[in-house]
Design a protein around this ligand. Sequence first.
Ligand code: E4P
Length: 216
Amino acid sequence: MKFFIDTANLAQIKEANDLGVLDGVTTNPSLMAKEGIKGEANILKHYETICELVDGPISAEVLSTEFNAIVEEGKKLAAIHPNIVVKVPMIKDGIKALKWFTDNGIKTNCTLVFSAGQAILAAKAGATFVSPFIGRIDDSNWDGVELIAQIAQIYSIQGFKTEILAASIRSPLHIIKCAEAGADICTCPLDSILGLLKHPLTDIGLAKFLEDAKKM
Ligand code: E4P
């Protein structure tokens, strides 16, 4: 399973990349706004900087919702760097645009996916990645991880090539459960990735080894 970091914060992207286990980055308009990135030129520049930091797929989301506008915006984003993946919302014009990008060799990430039916449509349109939002599903009293398992089963039976990118991850446990359920990728906040490191017995064991090492 691959790890993407889900942020537009350059310091966090660097920290995750320095661990040596980072495979890519996802952003969305909320994450970009959180970093205070404003205006088209600054937005494009920020994506370019992320591409220089991490050698892997970098999702950049379109803000348009109409087919022609999505295609024009996506072409502009894809021209920034070969690693850019155009992130397109799960709407009717988004599906049409996904198919257009697929036919024109542009990689895509279908975002805001909350059901197996939506995931089938994204795969039919040739999306490179599909992003089910598991944390937001949990928030609405459904089981986000179950959706990952359902999509993984459908994609496997049907031979769809779209990769399952579990998004809206809220905890290290989400990452483990998504790995079990068949996600190809988890896109996570830095805290959730670092949370995988933690176990009290590791800390206790290391303290004891270091203490005993003084007697060596
Ligand atoms: C990533 O592709 C998604 O936009 C992101 O994971 C959404 O996460 P949130 O539900 O924590 O906003």
